[in-house]
Design a protein around this ligand. Structure first.
Ligand code: FPP
Ligand code: MG
Length: 366
Protein backbone atom coordinates (compact mmCIF):
# COMPACT_ATOMS: atom_id res chain seq x y z
CA UNK A 1 0.00 0.00 0.00
CA UNK A 2 1.15 3.54 -0.54
CA UNK A 3 0.11 7.11 -0.09
CA UNK A 4 -1.42 8.51 -3.23
CA UNK A 5 -1.68 12.24 -3.52
CA UNK A 6 -4.78 14.00 -4.66
CA UNK A 7 -3.50 17.49 -4.18
CA UNK A 8 -5.81 20.13 -5.55
CA UNK A 9 -7.40 22.03 -2.70
CA UNK A 10 -4.95 22.93 0.05
CA UNK A 11 -6.72 23.97 3.25
CA UNK A 12 -3.91 26.38 4.19
CA UNK A 13 -0.59 25.85 5.90
CA UNK A 14 -0.29 24.86 9.52
CA UNK A 15 1.79 27.13 11.77
CA UNK A 16 5.22 25.84 10.69
CA UNK A 17 4.52 23.54 7.79
CA UNK A 18 6.59 25.53 5.31
CA UNK A 19 9.53 23.82 6.99
CA UNK A 20 10.42 20.37 5.68
CA UNK A 21 9.57 21.14 2.09
CA UNK A 22 12.32 21.12 -0.46
CA UNK A 23 14.35 18.10 0.66
CA UNK A 24 14.75 17.12 -2.95
CA UNK A 25 11.54 15.12 -3.22
CA UNK A 26 9.17 16.61 -5.75
CA UNK A 27 5.61 15.38 -5.66
CA UNK A 28 3.07 15.83 -8.40
CA UNK A 29 -0.63 15.18 -8.29
CA UNK A 30 -1.58 11.50 -8.05
CA UNK A 31 2.03 10.48 -7.54
CA UNK A 32 2.75 7.67 -5.12
CA UNK A 33 5.27 8.87 -2.62
CA UNK A 34 6.49 6.43 -0.02
CA UNK A 35 9.92 4.78 -0.31
CA UNK A 36 8.67 1.22 -0.71
CA UNK A 37 5.37 0.24 -2.31
CA UNK A 38 4.49 -2.07 0.57
CA UNK A 39 4.27 0.75 3.12
CA UNK A 40 1.76 3.42 3.85
CA UNK A 41 -1.81 4.38 4.42
CA UNK A 42 -3.72 5.12 1.21
CA UNK A 43 -5.54 8.34 1.95
CA UNK A 44 -6.01 11.80 0.54
CA UNK A 45 -3.59 14.42 1.88
CA UNK A 46 -5.28 17.06 -0.29
CA UNK A 47 -2.09 19.12 -0.07
CA UNK A 48 1.06 18.34 -2.07
CA UNK A 49 3.35 20.37 0.20
CA UNK A 50 2.19 18.47 3.26
CA UNK A 51 2.50 15.14 1.47
CA UNK A 52 6.06 15.98 0.44
CA UNK A 53 7.02 16.97 3.97
CA UNK A 54 5.43 13.91 5.54
CA UNK A 55 6.87 11.49 3.04
CA UNK A 56 10.37 12.94 3.54
CA UNK A 57 9.88 12.46 7.30
CA UNK A 58 8.71 8.89 6.82
CA UNK A 59 11.78 8.10 4.71
CA UNK A 60 13.95 9.28 7.61
CA UNK A 61 11.94 7.13 10.02
CA UNK A 62 12.49 4.10 7.73
CA UNK A 63 16.26 4.71 7.75
CA UNK A 64 16.31 4.99 11.52
CA UNK A 65 14.21 1.83 11.96
CA UNK A 66 16.72 -0.11 9.91
CA UNK A 67 19.85 1.23 11.59
CA UNK A 68 18.62 1.14 15.17
CA UNK A 69 18.10 -2.64 15.02
CA UNK A 70 21.66 -3.38 13.87
CA UNK A 71 23.40 -5.81 16.17
CA UNK A 72 26.90 -7.32 16.23
CA UNK A 73 25.02 -10.61 16.18
CA UNK A 74 23.98 -10.84 12.53
CA UNK A 75 21.11 -13.21 13.39
CA UNK A 76 19.56 -10.62 15.76
CA UNK A 77 19.71 -8.03 12.98
CA UNK A 78 18.08 -10.51 10.59
CA UNK A 79 15.20 -11.45 12.89
CA UNK A 80 14.66 -7.80 13.91
CA UNK A 81 14.63 -6.52 10.37
CA UNK A 82 12.24 -9.26 9.36
CA UNK A 83 9.05 -7.40 10.31
CA UNK A 84 10.53 -3.95 9.63
CA UNK A 85 11.10 -5.11 6.05
CA UNK A 86 7.70 -6.79 5.76
CA UNK A 87 6.24 -3.28 5.54
CA UNK A 88 3.08 -2.28 7.35
CA UNK A 89 0.93 0.81 7.30
CA UNK A 90 3.31 2.97 9.40
CA UNK A 91 0.14 4.48 10.82
CA UNK A 92 1.82 5.54 14.07
CA UNK A 93 4.84 7.39 12.59
CA UNK A 94 2.55 8.99 10.01
CA UNK A 95 0.41 10.28 12.85
CA UNK A 96 3.45 11.57 14.79
CA UNK A 97 4.59 13.48 11.70
CA UNK A 98 1.14 14.94 11.06
CA UNK A 99 0.85 15.98 14.72
CA UNK A 100 4.26 17.68 14.44
CA UNK A 101 2.89 19.99 11.74
CA UNK A 102 1.31 22.10 14.50
CA UNK A 103 4.76 23.17 15.65
CA UNK A 104 8.16 22.86 13.97
CA UNK A 105 8.02 19.44 12.28
CA UNK A 106 11.72 19.48 11.38
CA UNK A 107 13.24 18.77 14.77
CA UNK A 108 15.28 15.58 15.02
CA UNK A 109 13.30 14.51 18.10
CA UNK A 110 10.13 14.22 15.99
CA UNK A 111 11.79 11.56 13.79
CA UNK A 112 13.28 9.78 16.82
CA UNK A 113 9.88 9.74 18.53
CA UNK A 114 8.11 8.43 15.42
CA UNK A 115 10.65 5.60 15.07
CA UNK A 116 10.50 4.75 18.79
CA UNK A 117 6.72 4.41 18.73
CA UNK A 118 6.79 2.22 15.60
CA UNK A 119 9.53 0.05 17.08
CA UNK A 120 7.53 -0.52 20.25
CA UNK A 121 4.55 -1.44 18.13
CA UNK A 122 6.71 -3.89 16.17
CA UNK A 123 8.02 -5.42 19.41
CA UNK A 124 4.45 -6.08 20.56
CA UNK A 125 3.61 -7.74 17.22
CA UNK A 126 6.40 -10.32 17.67
CA UNK A 127 4.98 -11.20 21.07
CA UNK A 128 1.37 -10.99 19.98
CA UNK A 129 1.91 -13.53 17.20
CA UNK A 130 3.36 -15.96 19.75
CA UNK A 131 0.29 -15.54 21.97
CA UNK A 132 -2.09 -15.82 19.01
CA UNK A 133 -0.14 -18.74 17.49
CA UNK A 134 -0.37 -16.71 14.29
CA UNK A 135 1.18 -17.96 11.07
CA UNK A 136 1.02 -14.77 9.00
CA UNK A 137 1.84 -11.12 9.60
CA UNK A 138 2.05 -8.32 7.05
CA UNK A 139 1.64 -10.79 4.22
CA UNK A 140 4.68 -12.79 5.32
CA UNK A 141 5.13 -15.88 7.48
CA UNK A 142 5.12 -14.60 11.07
CA UNK A 143 8.42 -14.72 12.99
CA UNK A 144 7.19 -17.40 15.41
CA UNK A 145 6.33 -19.61 12.43
CA UNK A 146 9.46 -18.67 10.42
CA UNK A 147 11.75 -19.44 13.39
CA UNK A 148 10.08 -20.39 16.68
CA UNK A 149 8.46 -18.86 19.76
CA UNK A 150 11.77 -18.36 21.57
CA UNK A 151 13.27 -16.39 18.70
CA UNK A 152 10.09 -14.33 18.27
CA UNK A 153 9.96 -13.45 21.98
CA UNK A 154 13.66 -12.56 22.13
CA UNK A 155 13.36 -10.43 18.99
CA UNK A 156 10.42 -8.56 20.53
CA UNK A 157 12.54 -7.96 23.65
CA UNK A 158 15.46 -6.78 21.53
CA UNK A 159 13.28 -4.29 19.63
CA UNK A 160 11.81 -3.07 22.88
CA UNK A 161 15.33 -2.49 24.21
CA UNK A 162 16.36 -0.55 21.11
CA UNK A 163 13.15 1.49 21.24
CA UNK A 164 13.91 2.31 24.88
CA UNK A 165 17.30 3.64 23.79
CA UNK A 166 15.58 6.00 21.34
CA UNK A 167 13.13 7.11 24.04
CA UNK A 168 16.07 7.77 26.40
CA UNK A 169 17.42 10.21 23.78
CA UNK A 170 14.10 12.08 24.02
CA UNK A 171 14.59 12.87 27.72
CA UNK A 172 13.13 12.01 31.09
CA UNK A 173 9.58 13.23 30.47
CA UNK A 174 9.31 11.11 27.32
CA UNK A 175 10.66 8.16 29.32
CA UNK A 176 7.92 8.59 31.93
CA UNK A 177 5.22 8.93 29.27
CA UNK A 178 6.38 5.86 27.38
CA UNK A 179 6.71 3.80 30.57
CA UNK A 180 3.10 4.49 31.52
CA UNK A 181 1.92 4.02 27.94
CA UNK A 182 3.61 0.65 27.78
CA UNK A 183 2.21 -0.52 31.09
CA UNK A 184 -1.24 0.50 29.87
CA UNK A 185 -0.73 -1.43 26.64
CA UNK A 186 0.40 -4.59 28.44
CA UNK A 187 -2.44 -4.23 30.96
CA UNK A 188 -4.88 -4.13 28.04
CA UNK A 189 -3.41 -7.32 26.63
CA UNK A 190 -3.55 -8.94 30.06
CA UNK A 191 -7.15 -7.77 30.52
CA UNK A 192 -8.05 -9.32 27.15
CA UNK A 193 -6.42 -12.59 28.22
CA UNK A 194 -8.19 -12.79 31.58
CA UNK A 195 -11.60 -11.72 30.21
CA UNK A 196 -14.34 -9.66 31.89
CA UNK A 197 -14.63 -9.84 35.65
CA UNK A 198 -17.70 -11.41 37.28
CA UNK A 199 -20.79 -9.42 36.30
CA UNK A 200 -18.87 -6.94 34.11
CA UNK A 201 -20.50 -5.85 30.86
CA UNK A 202 -18.42 -7.58 28.13
CA UNK A 203 -18.72 -4.59 25.77
CA UNK A 204 -17.35 -2.23 28.46
CA UNK A 205 -14.54 -4.72 29.03
CA UNK A 206 -13.79 -4.92 25.30
CA UNK A 207 -13.71 -1.14 24.88
CA UNK A 208 -11.35 -0.79 27.85
CA UNK A 209 -9.07 -3.45 26.35
CA UNK A 210 -8.87 -1.87 22.90
CA UNK A 211 -8.34 1.59 24.35
CA UNK A 212 -5.47 0.28 26.50
CA UNK A 213 -3.80 -2.09 24.07
CA UNK A 214 -4.02 0.10 20.95
CA UNK A 215 -5.37 3.57 21.84
CA UNK A 216 -2.64 4.20 24.42
CA UNK A 217 0.33 3.92 22.05
CA UNK A 218 -1.38 5.80 19.23
CA UNK A 219 -2.26 8.59 21.69
CA UNK A 220 1.42 8.78 22.63
CA UNK A 221 2.37 8.94 18.94
CA UNK A 222 0.28 12.13 18.65
CA UNK A 223 1.45 13.48 22.00
CA UNK A 224 5.12 13.05 21.06
CA UNK A 225 4.58 14.63 17.62
CA UNK A 226 3.08 17.77 19.13
CA UNK A 227 5.40 17.85 22.19
CA UNK A 228 8.63 17.58 20.22
CA UNK A 229 7.59 20.07 17.58
CA UNK A 230 6.93 22.62 20.33
CA UNK A 231 3.17 22.89 19.75
CA UNK A 232 1.05 24.46 22.52
CA UNK A 233 -0.14 22.41 25.53
CA UNK A 234 -3.73 22.74 24.24
CA UNK A 235 -2.64 21.21 20.93
CA UNK A 236 -0.72 18.44 22.71
CA UNK A 237 -3.93 17.57 24.58
CA UNK A 238 -6.01 17.69 21.38
CA UNK A 239 -3.70 15.34 19.48
CA UNK A 240 -3.50 13.00 22.49
CA UNK A 241 -7.32 12.86 22.66
CA UNK A 242 -7.54 12.38 18.89
CA UNK A 243 -4.96 9.55 19.14
CA UNK A 244 -6.87 7.81 21.89
CA UNK A 245 -10.10 7.85 19.92
CA UNK A 246 -8.57 7.04 16.52
CA UNK A 247 -6.48 4.27 18.12
CA UNK A 248 -9.56 2.69 19.64
CA UNK A 249 -11.35 3.04 16.30
CA UNK A 250 -8.33 1.52 14.56
CA UNK A 251 -8.45 -1.60 16.76
CA UNK A 252 -12.22 -1.96 16.26
CA UNK A 253 -11.62 -1.71 12.49
CA UNK A 254 -8.90 -4.38 12.77
CA UNK A 255 -11.36 -6.64 14.56
CA UNK A 256 -13.97 -6.03 11.85
CA UNK A 257 -11.35 -6.79 9.18
CA UNK A 258 -10.52 -10.08 10.93
CA UNK A 259 -14.11 -11.03 10.04
CA UNK A 260 -14.79 -9.39 6.68
CA UNK A 261 -11.42 -9.60 4.93
CA UNK A 262 -11.04 -12.28 2.26
CA UNK A 263 -8.14 -14.68 3.03
CA UNK A 264 -4.75 -13.14 2.18
CA UNK A 265 -5.95 -9.56 1.73
CA UNK A 266 -5.14 -8.14 5.15
CA UNK A 267 -1.74 -9.85 5.37
CA UNK A 268 -3.03 -11.83 8.34
CA UNK A 269 -5.18 -14.96 8.60
CA UNK A 270 -8.88 -14.00 8.90
CA UNK A 271 -10.74 -15.64 11.76
CA UNK A 272 -7.74 -15.52 14.13
CA UNK A 273 -9.89 -13.94 16.86
CA UNK A 274 -12.47 -16.74 16.54
CA UNK A 275 -9.81 -19.44 16.73
CA UNK A 276 -8.17 -17.77 19.73
CA UNK A 277 -11.52 -17.43 21.50
CA UNK A 278 -11.15 -13.62 21.59
CA UNK A 279 -14.62 -12.08 21.62
CA UNK A 280 -14.44 -8.91 19.56
CA UNK A 281 -17.14 -6.25 19.31
CA UNK A 282 -19.12 -7.75 16.37
CA UNK A 283 -19.19 -11.11 18.18
CA UNK A 284 -20.26 -9.59 21.50
CA UNK A 285 -23.12 -7.77 19.78
CA UNK A 286 -24.07 -10.91 17.84
CA UNK A 287 -24.20 -12.84 21.11
CA UNK A 288 -26.50 -10.19 22.61
CA UNK A 289 -28.98 -10.46 19.70
CA UNK A 290 -32.26 -12.28 20.19
CA UNK A 291 -33.22 -12.76 16.52
CA UNK A 292 -33.95 -16.51 15.99
CA UNK A 293 -32.39 -16.26 12.50
CA UNK A 294 -29.04 -15.73 14.20
CA UNK A 295 -29.40 -18.63 16.66
CA UNK A 296 -26.84 -20.78 14.80
CA UNK A 297 -24.28 -17.95 14.97
CA UNK A 298 -24.79 -17.64 18.73
CA UNK A 299 -24.39 -21.39 19.09
CA UNK A 300 -21.07 -21.27 17.20
CA UNK A 301 -19.81 -18.27 19.16
CA UNK A 302 -20.62 -19.91 22.49
CA UNK A 303 -17.69 -22.34 22.27
CA UNK A 304 -14.05 -22.34 21.17
CA UNK A 305 -13.68 -22.87 17.42
CA UNK A 306 -10.71 -24.90 16.24
CA UNK A 307 -12.31 -26.69 13.30
CA UNK A 308 -11.68 -24.79 10.02
CA UNK A 309 -15.14 -25.53 8.62
CA UNK A 310 -16.81 -24.17 11.77
CA UNK A 311 -14.62 -21.04 11.71
CA UNK A 312 -15.64 -20.48 8.06
CA UNK A 313 -19.30 -20.99 8.88
CA UNK A 314 -19.12 -18.52 11.80
CA UNK A 315 -17.27 -15.97 9.63
CA UNK A 316 -19.95 -16.25 6.93
CA UNK A 317 -22.75 -15.73 9.43
CA UNK A 318 -20.94 -12.86 11.16
CA UNK A 319 -20.46 -11.05 7.85
CA UNK A 320 -24.24 -10.75 7.44
CA UNK A 321 -25.04 -10.25 11.13
CA UNK A 322 -26.70 -7.37 12.95
CA UNK A 323 -23.75 -7.53 15.39
CA UNK A 324 -21.33 -6.52 12.65
CA UNK A 325 -23.50 -3.55 11.67
CA UNK A 326 -23.72 -2.43 15.28
CA UNK A 327 -19.94 -2.68 15.68
CA UNK A 328 -19.50 -0.55 12.56
CA UNK A 329 -21.68 2.15 14.12
CA UNK A 330 -19.49 2.19 17.25
CA UNK A 331 -16.44 2.43 15.01
CA UNK A 332 -17.98 5.46 13.30
CA UNK A 333 -18.71 7.02 16.71
CA UNK A 334 -15.05 6.75 17.72
CA UNK A 335 -13.91 8.18 14.39
CA UNK A 336 -16.35 11.06 15.00
CA UNK A 337 -14.96 11.64 18.52
CA UNK A 338 -11.48 11.77 17.03
CA UNK A 339 -12.64 14.48 14.60
CA UNK A 340 -14.24 16.47 17.44
CA UNK A 341 -10.89 16.59 19.26
CA UNK A 342 -9.48 18.50 16.26
CA UNK A 343 -11.84 21.45 16.69
CA UNK A 344 -9.34 23.49 18.74
CA UNK A 345 -6.67 23.23 16.02
CA UNK A 346 -6.12 25.79 13.27
CA UNK A 347 -7.87 24.97 10.01
CA UNK A 348 -4.91 23.84 7.94
CA UNK A 349 -3.70 21.02 5.70
CA UNK A 350 -2.53 18.77 8.56
CA UNK A 351 -5.88 19.07 10.29
CA UNK A 352 -7.63 18.16 7.03
CA UNK A 353 -5.30 15.15 6.68
CA UNK A 354 -6.20 14.03 10.22
CA UNK A 355 -9.87 14.23 9.24
CA UNK A 356 -9.07 12.04 6.19
CA UNK A 357 -7.23 9.61 8.44
CA UNK A 358 -10.33 9.22 10.61
CA UNK A 359 -12.36 8.49 7.47
CA UNK A 360 -9.77 5.99 6.25
CA UNK A 361 -10.06 4.02 9.53
CA UNK A 362 -13.76 3.45 8.79
CA UNK A 363 -13.34 2.99 5.01
CA UNK A 364 -10.69 0.26 5.41
CA UNK A 365 -13.34 -2.09 6.76
CA UNK A 366 -15.38 -2.06 3.51
C1 FPP B 1 -2.53 -6.61 18.78
O1 FPP B 1 -3.76 -7.14 19.02
C2 FPP B 1 -1.77 -6.57 20.09
C3 FPP B 1 -1.48 -5.46 20.75
C4 FPP B 1 -1.90 -4.13 20.27
C5 FPP B 1 -0.68 -5.47 22.02
C6 FPP B 1 -0.05 -6.76 22.41
C7 FPP B 1 0.91 -6.57 23.56
C8 FPP B 1 1.80 -7.46 23.92
C9 FPP B 1 1.86 -8.78 23.23
C10 FPP B 1 2.81 -7.19 25.00
C11 FPP B 1 4.19 -7.08 24.35
C12 FPP B 1 5.28 -7.00 25.33
C13 FPP B 1 6.60 -6.68 25.01
C14 FPP B 1 7.62 -6.65 26.11
C15 FPP B 1 7.05 -6.34 23.66
P1 FPP B 1 -4.49 -8.10 18.00
O2 FPP B 1 -4.06 -9.51 18.23
O3 FPP B 1 -5.93 -7.84 18.11
O4 FPP B 1 -3.96 -7.55 16.61
P2 FPP B 1 -3.57 -8.30 15.29
O5 FPP B 1 -4.84 -8.53 14.55
O6 FPP B 1 -2.67 -7.32 14.56
O7 FPP B 1 -2.87 -9.56 15.65
MG1 MG C 1 -2.97 -10.70 17.16
Amino acid sequence: MAITLLGNSPAGMCPSSEAGIGDGIHVRENQTVLPAGRHGVPFDFADPALATAVSAGLAKVEDLLRTVVLSDLQFATETSRYLVDAGGKRFRPLFTLLAAQFGDPDTEHVITAAAAVELIHLATLYHDDVMDEATMRRGAVSANARWDNTIAILTGDFLFARASKLVADLGTEAGHIMASTFSQLVTGQMRETTGPSEGQDPVTHYLTVVNEKTGSLIATAGRFGTMFSGASPEQVDALTAYGNAIGTAFQISDDVIDIVSPAGESGKTPGTDLREGVRTLPMLYALAERDPREARLRELLAGALSDDALVDEALDLLRGSAGLERARRILEDYAGSARSALEVLPDCAARAALVSLSEYVVARTY
